[in-house]
Design a protein around this ligand. Structure first.
Ligand code: FAQ
Length: 336
């Protein structure tokens, strides 16, 4: 800022020309320059209102996905087949809760309150990932969630570590490290089942059949039908498009499925030599939108469980606030 004022050429007219109509403001120019130079935008920086709103939307949806995502696997903590599997699952579900907290904190830096975000989730206004509205019918589902759901989540979230908004990018670095452990534990649990009985192998295949297509839809609608992608990519929030991430996920997952010894439920899944990618069949987008819009098999159950947990935690929030007030009162008394 100061350098600009010192950079006036000798003899240059001292009069600053009036900005042309619709010319970007100085603040907008600084923002654009930071985004093009790949410098992070921080909470105290000026940012366009639409950028702020997009981030609040995406980060809060992401946070909601993490805390709703605790529920399908949480259902299996009491039924895990061994102490080792139970300990791993408890740690994983706790991690998802922690991811929700980092993400809510990142969204709060944009001027929205935790209460506002939770109200939007509990009233059904806010979206969260479609994938968490499907049931976990058997133990193999828990392994498949780790392998495929966390696998898809990492594929989508690694580029977000380079997101232009600093607090979101930094939160994603830790989230991705933990998701990587989640993916591996899921794959390892499935390997153990595949080395077991015919019934266990059939359970894995059945779970993969039910989850595969839903995981492909996690990446969001095709690029041509994604209203937010172009602007989000222009702002450096999203770095890779929905379709490109989906393709990367499929290409990475096919060899893992082969090693596991299961079949991915898509007769059109074939290596395309020319494209150097796997071709794949059509995703049922009607089913996806119906689930996103509240009509999936578990939407109502998931929201009811969240609201109940929130209501039952009221005493914890009250106690923490009462303690904070007591501390504040004591400090003021000592200072007086
Ligand atoms: N489900 O224009 P786009 C996890 C909505 S975390 C529901 O493409 P955008 C960890 C979208 O919100 C999983 N809704 O939107 C874990 C928008 O609606 P709106 C969550 C979806 O934002 C593992 C509309 O469609 N991850 O799994 C979905 O540019 C295991 C138009 O779509 C994140 O949130 C969907 N799948 O791209 C936890 C990552 N896809 O707002 C527990 C961060 C799209 O206009 C256990 N988010 N929609 O009403 C993102 O990367 C992006 O927001 C996308 C969507 C890629 C999800």
């Amino acid at each position: 800022m100061y350098t600009q004022s010192f950079n006036v050429q000798e003899g240059a007219a001292a009069v600053v020309p009036a900005p042309a109509a619709n010319a970007p403001s100085a603040a907008q120019q600084r923002f654009d320059a930071k985004v093009s130079a790949d410098t992070k935008i921080e909470p105290q920086d000026w940012m366009p209102e639409a950028y702020r709103k997009t981030l609040i939307r995406q980060i809060s949806q992401h946070a909601h996905s993490e805390i709703v995502g605790m529920l399908p696997e949480g259902n299996w903590i009491s039924r895990a087949p061994s102490l080792k599997r139970k300990a791993i699952l408890i740690a994983k579900v706790q991690d998802e809760g922690g991811h929700g907290l980092y993400l809510y904190s990142a969204a709060e830096t944009l001027g929205v309150s935790r209460d506002q975000m939770l109200e939007a989730l509990h009233s059904g206004k806010a979206k969260y990932s479609s994938i968490f509205n499907y049931p976990t019918l058997n133990w193999a589902d828990v392994g498949v969630i780790g392998w495929l759901v966390d696998g898809a989540a990492i594929m989508n979230q690694i580029p977000l570590c380079r997101c232009s908004y600093g607090p979101y990018a930094r939160a994603m670095i830790r989230v991705c490290k933990e998701e990587s452990f989640h993916q591996r534990q899921g794959y390892e649990a499935l390997l153990a089942l595949m080395r077991g009985s015919k019934e266990q192998q059939a359970m894995v295949q059945d779970a993969v059949n039910r989850w595969w297509w839903k995981c492909l839809a996690m990446f969001g609608p095709p690029d041509a039908d994604s209203p937010h992608s172009a602007q989000a990519m222009h702002w450096g929030i999203k770095r890779i498009s929905n379709d490109d991430l989906r393709q990367k996920f499929i290409d990475a997952t096919v060899p893992q499925a082969q090693l596991l010894g299961i079949t991915l439920p898509d007769p059109d899944l074939k290596w395309n030599e020319e494209r150097q990618h796997y071709d794949y069949g059509a995703i049922d987008w009607d089913e996806f939108w119906s689930t996103v819009n509240g009509n999936g098999p578990c939407n109502k159950e998931r929201l009811a469980t969240r609201v109940k947990a929130h209501d039952e935690g009221q005493w914890v929030r009250d106690a923490a606030l009462a303690y904070a007030h007591k501390q504040q009162h004591r400090t003021q008394k000592e200072a007086a």
